[in-house]
Ligand binder design. Sequence first.
Ligand SMILES: Cc1ncc(COP(=O)(O)O)c(C=O)c1O
Length: 455
Amino acid sequence: MTDAPRIAVPPPGPRSRELLGRAEGMFYPGTAHGLAPFVVARKDGYTITDVDGNVYLDLISASASVPLGAGREDIAAPAVEALRRYGNEDSHTMASEPMIALAERLLAIVPEGLTRVDLALNGTEAVETAIKMMRRATGRPVVIGFFSQYHGESTTTATLGAEQSDISRGMRTFAPGFAHVPYPHPYRSPLGPTRAGGSGDATVDYIRDHLLFHALHPGDVAGVIVEPIVGSGGVLVPPDSFWPALEELCREHDWLLCADEVKTGFGRTGRMFAVEHWGVRPDLMCLGKGMGGGVMPIGAVVGTERAMGFDDVPTGSTWAWLPAACAAALRTIEIFAEEDVLGNVRALERVAVEELRRIAERHEQVGDVRVRGCYQAIEFVRDRETRERHPELQERVAREALARGVLADSSTTSYNIQPSLVMPPDDLRRGLGIVGEAVDAAVAELARWPVAATS
Ligand SMILES: Cc1ncc(COP(=O)(O)O)c(C=O)c1O
């Protein structure tokens, strides 16, 4: 248990203000404008202390890349030892023991049939590689993605992604070969109910009856890339009917099924990998974020022999799988085996369900709350009937929560809460209680000053 949050001076305090002022003049404005209104002095477990002495409860976990607490000594120590021993080695040209050991451990824990692994520096690079593998393995150009999904910011991954259109603005023509269909969205699906005589799933019916009938020949399709539970786009859990229907569709047309587990992987949803919730067996899986234990950057693509059993696709980059990152990832996998991390994730899920439901009961403006493990989201609406989005309220809630010392991710279409997987449940309860106070305050404020509050 921690006594965070503790706010000594309203952020930004004087030291943060001074440093952020310097940053503003130097960094690319798109980056500078996205920064939190304080400067980090240190992180401990799941708290962040700023340079003015404020202590925040961290419910972002560095975009879900820090699963087991910040800078954990038992992960950092083997990484430091490997850094001293090897520095960097380009793992594409020279193997080290940590690299071999990590590949073995990783292939032992991923779903059956995934027998090959390739090196990536991060999630973006893993998705880039997966796309290349899919096209090479099938000889087909088109990859199907889903609305609401996020895959990265490079030209290719931003264009595969379809979370919000401004992410790929100006880029679509430079990365052709993607088609998009609605995600099986539990709250905002534009599709009707499953039709009689169909696949048993409305999304897969849409692909079959509409996309493939009218616009895209299945023989041009390499496969689909799917976030098994959408993360940044708002914790979207597909219905059970989706997976067997999608797997059948892929089988029928010889498509590859690639799961982007960059954010869901390594325990975030209560299973080591989210596909395990349904026993899905993908042909490819992309990994990143939590794989490095919050200490080192590392990603991976794992695949079947069909998807990756060739040697003529150039992949990766110089720092991918530097030995120290392999050492950190190895230790991270061991910790999942030694400690009941996933049990704690399920306890945190129960707390979140209770607390977010309480907030939803109090406010009409909470359209939906969604929880799966340490993937938690609140979606704000102007009206429950029309479900019109309410970004101003979300922004106001984020500000009110931050002023009270609680940090969550408000950069997307919902207010996303991503606690550390090892946070004690009582700390999450306290944090979500404060989020509730922030919602109360934001709703009251918007009711008083509906126009001024949006500016
Ligand atoms: C599902 C998913 N895929 C890929 C990425 C890209 O990963 P990274 O930004 O770590 O390179 C992200 C990042 O948020 C993600 O959520």
